[in-house]
Design a binder for this molecule. Sequence first.
Ligand SMILES: [Zn+2]
Length: 232
Amino acid sequence: MEIINRKLDLHEFEDYLSSYYFGAQPANKLVIHHTWRPTKEQWQGQISINGLKSYYEGKGWSAGPHIFVAEDGIWLFSPMRKDGIHAGALNHLSIGIEIVGDYDNEKWEGKTKYNALGTIKALMFYLHLENKDILFHRDASPKSCPGWAITKEWLFAELASFRKLPRIPSISPAIEEISAPIPEEEVMVPIWATDAVSFVLKHRLFEIRNQDDIRDAVKFYRLYNLIQNEPE
Ligand SMILES: [Zn+2]
């Protein structure tokens, strides 16, 4: 079985879709699943993908689902321009999306939820799909898949309010941010250093932020006085 075997974040997935060829007859629906096992806790990224691949190969399948959505990213599995094997009668012209975890008793959360909603929304956009084109495995199977806690009413409401996080800029932060001054803490100035510190602050020679700065101020002030008092 050939799999794409790439893990993308949501922005990378959208970039991938923007130039993806979905075939002469692109998929016209999404079928949502949950893996049930492995659970979110059992998921081990590449190790799990390899395990699933050999599991499907053991069944003699030529393909599996198209996408696994997990806490660690969006995993590309079988190519989306070909029918996968994941939902029996619904396999033809559908994209099979497996959400990693067991959702019979809890809804998607955290990065899994973000990646799942983002994946579905992006595919709807690029395949020109509507809510009615989003199917659950259980629509054509006695299984609970994608989990009893996941309902279409909930999913459609979540999709409607979903917002992508901004892309993290790849440019380095501005110099000002790197050299931003350390927030001033209260510095205890000993009596014997008050004149020196006052002098340094009055003339804005340097900031007094810690005991080292106080010592520098005293040295500077002594030197200054020494020079001032030098006979001509
Ligand atoms: Zn399923």
